[in-house]
Design a protein around this ligand. Sequence first.
Ligand code: UD1
Length: 439
Amino acid sequence: MNKRIVIEGGKQLFGEVSISGAKNAVLKLMAAALLIEDVCLIHNVPDLSDVETMVSLINCLGAKTKYSKLNQTIEIDARDINNCVADYAYVSKMRASFDVLGALLSRLGEAKVALPGGCAIGERRVDLHIKGLQLLGADVAIENGYVLANGNKLKGVDISLSMPSVGATENIMLASIFAEGVTRIQNAAQEPEIVDLANFLNMAGADITGAGTSEITINGVQRGSLKGIQYSTIPASIEAASYMCAVCAVGGEIIGDDIIPSHLTFFLNKMQEIGVKIEPITPYSLKVKKDKRLKAIDLITQPYPGFHTDMQAPVMSVLALADGTSIITESLFENRFMQVPELRRMGADIQQENSKAIIKGVEYLTGAEVKASDLRAGAAMVVAALAANGTSTISDIHHIDRGYEKLEEKFSNLGANIKRVENFENISDNKTIESKVLL
Ligand code: UD1
């Protein structure tokens, strides 16, 4: 765990960056492939540690996978799924693996899935997942840290979520694919990842309508009727936003390729409000230019299509340098300001009052030793370090590796001075740094 990302800040960014496939989409497609008694080929798969964890998990359930990092594909043969137990060793590492609960229940009529892990950004309950499965007719219990679900004959029903939970919407969709009759999910999450999951399943033969709106309807189809398909994952809008934040913080002009701008509407509007120039180049690429000091703004995170909570931390690094006082209100997760003490170490002036962060923009940040406390807080550290005067070292970068493919390579190509160092020893100990640079 002695790896660090080392950044010499202050170099403006110029050039083109290609955005990878979306982690939070592909992991759910991999869970959905468990419903298909056939072979599926998923394209545009990012090279991320979370994808490797999901590969290990579905292999353990009986799938046969061929993951080609070179071709960015995963072939999943789920004909012989035979194990309904998703072990703690996998599920504790990431929240998305909890989606195998609905998939295994659908496919095998039973599931035993460890309660999930993922970033420690809040309580992250699973009560809505469980209530949804119970309404479909499953018996669900929690024992020894596992959710046990049983139900061979699930029945379609109307399910109204008390909040539009992404994971609960997905688990209910997956559980109801073979349920008898019609399932309606009201107050469903509307994220692009939900639409991607529905498109994937529909292409395989499921009957889902309304994904992307607040009401999703699933007409149950025959178990065993889904067919193998080829499918390409949507691009990662959070990764795209993170690169745009970097140019907003440090300055320069970049073109982001392989972006779906409509997935980023709220974010792009906010970036324009603070004074960044954004111009479409093609339907799937955007030019982002920052040539003057940005203005402070207020924003509140909300379920999609509102301002995405995952973009909040990197945007905070931008606002730390803006002219004036900004207020960010985090309305989804209780513990999503873990970047605040780290940004303060770099000279940011941020006060936290419960769910609000009050950010008084400073003229400059200074390089420091900081840590990536979670995935998106890690992105915030990278953005701040790129803009800071001097050298920053970021520790706990395994969080960053969960969600950012080839981060150092992509930023180096834009002109940043960034490298990954293995066997890092603290410079302040006055020891020689013996390091192996991994670019
Ligand atoms: C997903 C994303 C995460 C993103 C979040 C919101 C994945 C792997 N992660 O997380 O990056 O930040 O959506 O866009 O896709 N809740 C309950 N009970 C439940 C479920 C959720 O109270 O049973 C609450 C949560 O505590 C949270 C809110 O609902 O306050 C939203 O959570 P949810 O949409 O479920 O997020 P995840 O699916 O965990």
